[in-house]
Each structure stands twice: as C-alpha cells, then as structure tokens.
Design a protein around this ligand. Structure first.
Ligand code: SAH
Length: 401
C-alpha cells in the first residue's frame, strides 16, 4: 500500500482509503493508472449510487458535488461517454478515463422491430457476448402509455426448461449490475421514452444471479427512478432464494414460472423442478406473500395436449387454494420455438382453461403475445446470434453493425 501511495499524484493519494464500488476495489486501480495500463479491466460508473459517486469524486480530489453531477449525467441525461459530461472539468474527465473508468454502456449490435411495435435489442458486452433485451410499448391511439423493458439477467440460461429457447442456447455467465441497468437505458434510448415497467423475464434465471439482480433493482428504483411496484422478478424456482428475496421486503412482484399443477408433470417440463419439490416451492411462495404482502403471480405456459386440459386447471386451482391466498395466474400460450414438439393450444382451449380457473375463484389473465415475428416473445430470446453468443471476429462486427 505504501508503494502505491508514493506513486500516486496528489489528488489520488486520497484513493488509499479502501472504497469498494460495486464489485470493484477502487484504491489499487485508481493508482494503477499512474503506471499506464497496469489495469486492463475497466471500472464502470453505471450502477453506482449517488453516495458512491460522491466518494469517487472525493477520491479524485474533487468536491462531493461532482459526484452529484456524475449521477445526473448517468441517470438523468443518460450519457454514454465520460467526455460528454461537459460540465465536468476536462482534467477530471481525463483523469477518470486514464484511471480506467468508463460509463459502462454497450453498443447496440442489432435491433429487430416487430409489426406490433415490440423491439428486440442485442447488446454487445465488453467481452463480446451478446444479450437480448426487449422493449414492449403499449399505445393508447398514438400515445405511448406504458413501456416495459424485459431484461436479461444472464448470458443464456443453465436451467433448460423444455419449451424455452434461451436454455437451448446454453449458458455463458451472469450479468453484472450495470449490464442489467444498461438494458433499460438502451430501451429508453431507442423509444425516446421513459421505461415505466421492468420485468426480469429475458434471458437467464434471476435467482441464480440474485446479488447483481438486487443491486440492479436498487439502481433502477433509486437512480433511474422506476417504482418498485413496476418491477417484476420472474423465477422458475431455485431452492432457498425465494426466502432470501422475501427478507428484503421489496415492493416488487415475484412471478413464479409454474407450468404444471403437480410435481410429476412439472418435472417433465421443467427439469430443475427435481431439486425443488412443488410443496417446498408453494410453501416459500406462501411465506413470501406473508412477509411482503405482495401477491405472487404464477406463470403457466400452456402447451397443447401436455398441461392445458380443464382437469389440469382444476388441479391448479386446488393447489393454489391449498397454499394460501394472494395469488394470480398468468397464462402464456406457448410461443413456438425451434427444436421442440410442443404446440400452442387453440384459443378455445385457452379460454376453457382460464374459465375453469375463474370459476374456481382464481384470478387469471392471459398474456397477449407480443413480438412473435421478431422472435422477441417469451422464451424466444434466441436467434442466429445467440446460437453463437460470443462474437469472435471483430471484423464480423464491423460488417454487421
Ligand atoms: N428464468 C425465469 C425468467 C425467464 S423466462 C423464469 O423461468 O421465470 C420468462 C417466462 O417466459 C417464464 O415464465 C417462462 O417459462 C416463459 N417462457 C419461456 N419460453 C416460453 C415459450 N416458448 N412460450 C411461452 N412462454 C415461455
């Protein structure tokens, strides 16, 4: 540490205070910039809170209000480059960049727009991996009244639900908090409109990346200013994580991907169910409601001839009534994907299923499928790019962009 202090210029001597910003230990890295490029990993501003940004400013010998300005540029002006923070002194901007700091926004690699206005974006991350994020607008005549960002929490997914395209593409890694937050900002940029709702229903299983998901949730709520109630975290169920999430007492919605009314059938559709019996999952959901007072929403992908009969609906109603109250069922008629035999049920079958739930006094909605032609609907977040989620040759990129 002493050697570092002696090597640092005057303002940077403050950096010996061991601050941690997100996942990065700051001290050594700020100083590393003095010996050029000792640090090859960039430090990312996006995702930091106002307080963290004030500390960062202090560590660079600046007044705390510079941290407030950083916050403004990141989350109000939503700028992509430190050099665009023109109200900051040029020297501070340069020093930040020389120390390896950057905003942390990824380029948009591809944009696919569906006839219904849904937009799927592929973002190219720093390690050349591609992730998908979807913007779903709701229009009232010509006025955009709601804009939902469906965000990914992982590159790919390790859980391999049998009807979901994401799992079939394999799994690469967890996303970091700024890589989750930036998806929302990218949707805002494309639509030139604020995102009103965020659903963690893109690629990946949020509960396998809970730390980063919670950090991103906090940033989206406090910094990007999206109400907690406008955020939904969707999970197929990972043992012990629902209890953990409940302990944070968030005012957000927990959505649980159920897809079957009994353990036997669920295991055939969702292989990971073998390690999390339905009884235990339902108990955790019941406790989640008790602790947070937030209604749990159950997602149920309707697969023709597999889980879509009125008998299944009756069994589902029984399961839910036996597990307390405060539930809602969201039916998602299967969105076709390559490589499965599953079929979407007819409208009549969907209505019969939903009617059977309603007559058993279960509140139910049927998800109106959006973005089918852009392969952006639920479970379709996979395309030719995700089959090779790593972009190998930078020259290919230059051609594609
Ligand atoms: N891993 C999380 C979030 C991602 S999937 C989870 O499982 O909840 C978001 C929702 O889309 C889940 O309910 C998932 O089961 C559903 N889904 C996935 N593939 C689908 C498909 N082909 N058709 C309809 N719904 C699908």
């Amino acid at each position: 540490m002493l050697a570092l202090v002696q090597n640092c210029s005057t303002p940077l001597t403050r950096a010996v205070r061991p601050h941690t910003y997100g996942t990065y230990a700051f001290t050594a890295k700020a100083c590393a910039s003095i010996s050029p490029r000792a640090n090859s990993q960039s430090q990312v501003l996006l995702g930091l809170s106002e307080n963290e940004l004030k500390h960062l400013a202090l560590d660079f010998g600046q007044e705390p209000y510079r941290g407030k300005q950083l916050h403004h540029f990141l989350y109000r002006r939503k700028l992509r480059e430190i050099q665009d923070f023109t109200q900051l002194p040029q020297q501070f901007r340069n020093t930040l960049e020389e120390a390896g700091w950057k905003v942390g926004r990824s380029p948009i690699f591809e944009t696919v727009t569906s006839a219904d206005g849904t937009v799927k974006l592929l973002l190219k991350l720093e390690d050349n991996r591609l992730i998908e994020t979807v913007g779903i607008p709701v229009m009232d005549d010509t006025v955009l009244t709601r804009l939902t960002a469906c965000v990914s929490s992982q590159v790919g997914c390790p859980l391999r639900c049998s009807f979901c395209a994401t799992g079939k593409g394999g799994y690469s890694r967890n996303l970091q908090r700024h890589e989750i937050v930036e998806q929302v900002l990218a949707i805002e940029e494309v639509f030139k409109h604020r995102v009103s709702n965020v659903v963690f229903m893109g690629m990946g299983e949020p509960m396998l990346n809970l730390k980063a998901v919670l950090e991103a949730h906090s940033c989206l709520n406090k910094d990007v200013q999206i109400g907690q109630r406008m955020i939904t975290i969707s999970t197929v169920g990972v043992p012990n994580t629902i209890k953990k999430l409940a302990s944070y007492k968030l005012q957000s919605t927990l959505a649980v991907s159920l897809h079957a009314p009994n353990q036997k059938l669920r295991e055939t559709i969702v292989p990971s169910a073998k390690s999390y019996p339905l009884d235990a999952l339902m108990l955790d959901c019941r406790n989640y409601f008790r602790q947070t007072n937030r209604r749990v929403s159950f997602e149920y992908a309707l697969l023709a001839g597999v889980n879509d009969s009125v008998e299944h609906a009756a069994e589902l109603a029984e399961l839910l009534h036996g597990s307390g109250s405060g539930y809602h069922v969201n039916l998602i008629p299967f969105n076709p994907i390559e490589g499965t035999e599953y079929k979407r049920p007819s409208k009549i079958a969907v209505q019969a299923f939903s009617g059977a739930l309603e007559s058993a006094k279960i509140t139910v909605s049927v998800r109106h499928t959006r973005g089918l032609d852009a392969n952006a609907a639920c479970g379709q977040l996979r395309n030719k790019f995700q089959k090779t989620p790593l972009v190998n040759n930078p020259m290919d990129l230059a051609v594609s962009c």
